[in-house]
Design a protein around this ligand. Structure first.
Ligand code: FMN
Length: 201
């Protein structure tokens, strides 16, 4: 099995990249699996929705090449894992732009003339690993986790039919020792291809 781990952080020494590497190790050590890390920052993915994207959205032009390449990369994966730092209680703009552009109408979903929604990513299991620096008390007080669940799990993946198999929030203040956080990341990786039921959305 092959997992595509998509991450978006400008610094290679960040906690985010260590966690992505831990998840990747967990995946490869749990069976004859492969894990590819796509670091959108390093790859220079352009997140802004262009006129070309807009033309494709309106069925008035072809999808940009970089978008097609990303879709091909996802099509060749058996699971999609997003590992991201929480920025303003959501995913970073770079990753959101990747979703905006790559999860295009026609590929991720279709809206028919009579108003029906066709979900086109039912075959793609998704795992989410969000990393934050605020403590759980703050997250609970403002119901930020609920907000992320509605926006990302329901609003993006459920809309396209992609089952969210796991969704983890790793908060550094809740870990006295970063190594324990990295061990949890490794465990999440081990479970990637061993999770049977999607989380409730
Ligand atoms: C622009 C920006 C916004 C952030 N917003 C949040 C936030 O809303 N909630 C939170 O828990 N942490 C927030 N953080 C902290 C990041 O999630 C933190 O970078 C994360 O723990 C990952 O660590 P790393 O940057 O070393 O990978 C933010 C950081 C930045 C740079």
């Amino acid at each position: 099995m092959h997992a595509l781990i998509v991450t978006a952080h400008p610094h290679p020494d960040s906690l985010t990249h260590s966690i992505a590497a831990g998840v990747a190790r967990g995946i490869t050590e749990s069976g004859p699996h492969r894990a590819e890390i796509a670091n959108l920052a390093q790859e220079g993915f352009r997140p802004e929705f262009t006129r070309e994207d807009f033309a494709a959205f309106n069925a008035a032009g072809a999808l940009p090449e970089d978008v097609r390449a990303e879709q091909t990369r996802i099509d060749s994966a058996d699971a999609l894992v997003l590992v991201f730092p929480v920025y303003w209680w959501s995913m970073p703009a770079l990753m959101k732009g990747w979703i905006d552009r790559v999860f295009s109408a026609g590929w991720a979903y279709e809206e028919t003339a009579d108003g029906r929604l066709i979900k086109k990513l039912r075959h793609l299991p998704v795992h989410l690993v969000a990393i934050g620096a605020a403590n759980m008390k703050t997250w609970e007080k403002h119901r930020y986790q609920e907000a992320m669940k509605v926006q990302i799990e329901e609003g993006i993946f459920n809309y396209c039919g992609a089952p969210v198999m796991s969704s983890s929030l790793l908060l550094s203040p809740e870990y006295p020792d970063t190594n324990v956080m990295l061990q949890d990341a490794h465990r999440l990786g081990q479970k990637t291809f061993n999770t049977q039921q999607p989380v409730a959305v």
